[in-house]
Design a protein around this ligand. Structure first.
Ligand SMILES: NC(=O)c1ccc[n+]([C@@H]2O[C@H](COP(=O)([O-])OP(=O)(O)OC[C@H]3O[C@@H](n4cnc5c(N)ncnc54)[C@H](O)[C@@H]3O)[C@@H](O)[C@H]2O)c1
Length: 109
C-alpha cells in the first residue's frame, strides 16, 4: 500500500458523470490522472465536460486560464486497458455488480 505522499498518479475507470467529476478533482488536486472508459466516445465526452466546467470556472474568475490549462494537461484519456497504470484506481462504472466484479478481477491480474 502506498503512503499518501507516494501517490503521483490516479486512474479513474468509467468516464461518465461520476468518473469525469472525480478525474477533474484528482487533476485539480495535482495528480496525474488517467481517465479510462471502455467506450472511446465516453472518454471524449468526459474530457469535454471537464473542459467546459473549467471554462465556466475561468469565466467566473475562480481559476486562471493557466490553471485551466494545467488541470487539462494532467489528464490522459484512454480506452486502452493497458494504460491503467496508477498508484490508485478509482472505479466509477455502471451500477451493475457483475460488471464491477469482472473489472476488479481484471485489475487484479
Ligand atoms: N451519477 C450520480 O449522481 C451518482 C451518484 C452516486 C453514485 N453513483 C455511482 O457511480 C457509478 C457511475 O455512475 P455514473 O452516473 O457516472 O454512470 P454513467 O452511466 O454516466 O457512466 C458509466 C460509464 O462506465 C462505463 N463503463 C461501463 N462498463 C465499463 C467497464 N467495464 N470498464 C470501463 N468503463 C465502463 C460506461 O461506458 C460509461 O461511460 C455507478 O455505480 C453509480 O451508481 C452515481
Amino acid at each position: 500500500m502506498k503512503k499518501p505522499d507516494q501517490i503521483k498518479r490516479i486512474a479513474v475507470v468509467g468516464a461518465g458523470t461520476m468518473g469525469a467529476g472525480i478525474a477533474q478533482l484528482s487533476s485539480e488536486a495535482g495528480y496525474e490522472t488517467v481517465l479510462y472508459d471502455l467506450m472511446r466516445d465516453a472518454t471524449v465526452k468526459g474530457f469535454e465536460s471537464i473542459s467546459e466546467n473549467l471554462r465556466i470556472a475561468v469565466e467566473k474568475n475562480k481559476i486562471s486560464e493557466e490553471e485551466k490549462a494545467n488541470v487539462l494537461s494532467r489528464i490522459i484519456v484512454t480506452s486502452d486497458f493497458n494504460d491503467l497504470v496508477a498508484d490508485v484506481v478509482i472505479e466509477a462504472i455502471v451500477e451493475r455488480l457483475e460488471t464491477k466484479s469482472e473489472l476488479f478481477q481484471k485489475l487484479h491480474h
